[in-house]
Design a protein around this ligand. Structure first.
Ligand code: GDP
Length: 324
């Protein structure tokens, strides 16, 4: 059995993920690893809407891993109906954040359970079980951390910027309110401290809006630095462009060059190695890190599993290299 095959059968892995981009790779990893995968998910995008607690990145992860996700958008549920939105619009309620009829159940039940005293970790674990997901899906923290952006329209809560304003305002700074006093999810910390951990994979999520909030929770960055396993990140930028969303635009607005090398440098001090797309093969020499150059564009399920397999093999290689 090769080292790669052995780690596919035995190793435990942790992924850090935002929403759509992160969930795509998480699905590939979950296919290969099942319950040996722990996914720490960004909750900086969480907010209250119409009195309901909405956790967009957790829901995207749950829907993607249970094959319920809307394949056209990458978020929300497939075959959704919108009677609630039509009915509430008639009452004059704000309609900019759309909640589908089936999706609504997630938010109503989460709100009820949180009000009854359950933690977000417990509610998320319950949802994963209900949807038959073997991987552990964890919020980065049970405490509120809220991503707030400073823009030319003033300070905006993340969903106001992302959904209501469609990412049009120009960002000058990104803040994670509450992060300083937030406690990290204890199960996430334990997963990172496991002695037989085989790798940590920072998914190709938006580094500034999806991964940074996770890293801002005290203890998580330190746990990444302390863990024995290789820590790798996959670039969400391919040939200077984001596959989806405002990542490249935000990088430019923050005065950085929108390319894979900037992403790797953003994670300086945390990474053992970096994964970049074949289109950016020429940039590998600019990194002072071991690199894997592979196809990182995930269109089909096969693409997601192939990239996940390449990441696991890469971690196995890095572990072997570290033992020499
Ligand atoms: P969000 O919270 O829904 O914005 O999701 P994420 O932060 O997890 O993902 C957004 C990032 O995923 C964007 O920067 C995209 O460029 C990246 N992304 C989406 N699909 C892919 C893909 O197939 N390959 C790679 N490498 N990046 C992707």
């Amino acid at each position: 059995m090769s080292a790669g095959d052995k780690c596919l059968q035995e190793g435990r892995y942790v992924a850090l993920s935002g929403g759509v981009g992160g969930a795509k790779l998480s699905l590939g990893l979950a296919n290969l690893l099942g319950d040996r995968l722990t996914i720490i998910v960004n909750t900086g995008d969480d907010f209250e809407h119409l009195g309901l607690y909405v956790s967009p990145d957790i829901d995207t992860t749950i829907y993607t891993l249970s094959d319920l996700v809307n394949p056209d958008t990458g978020w929300g549920r497939r075959d959704e109906s919108w009677n609630f939105m039509a009915a509430i619009a008639q009452l004059g309620s704000p309609g900019w954040f759309r909640l589908g009829d089936s999706d609504l159940a997630m938010h109503v039940e989460r709100t009820r359970r949180l009000r009854a005293g359950e933690s977000l970790t417990a509610v998320t674990a319950h949802y994963a079980e209900c949807f038959g997901i073997a991987a552990k899906v964890l919020p980065m923290s049970d405490d509120p951390v809220r991503t707030i952006v400073d823009t030319d329209l003033g300070r905006l809560a993340f969903q106001e910027y992302f959904v209501r304003e469609q990412c049009r305002p120009r960002i000058s700074a990104i803040n994670f309110d509450g992060a300083v006093s937030a406690r990290p999810c204890q199960i996430a910390l334990a997963a990172l401290a496991e002695p037989n951990l085989s790798g940590v994979i920072i998914c190709p999520s938006n580094p500034y809006l999806s991964v940074d909030p996770i890293l801002a929770v005290p203890g998580i960055k330190e746990a990444l630095k302390a863990c024995d396993a290789p820590v790798i990140a996959i670039s969400p930028i391919i040939a200077g462009k984001a596959v989806k969303g405002p990542t490249a635009k935000i990088m430019e607005q923050l005065g950085r060059s929108a390319d894979a090398v900037t992403v790797a440098r953003h994670y300086a001090g945390l990474l053992s190695a970096f994964v970049l797309d074949k289109c950016d093969a020429g940039r590998a020499v600019d990194l002072m890190l071991p690199t894997l150059v592979t196809n990182t564009l995930m269109r089909s399920l096969d693409d997601k599993i192939s990239l996940a397999r390449a990441c696991l093999d890469f971690c196995a290689e890095l572990r072997k290299g570290a033992q020499r």
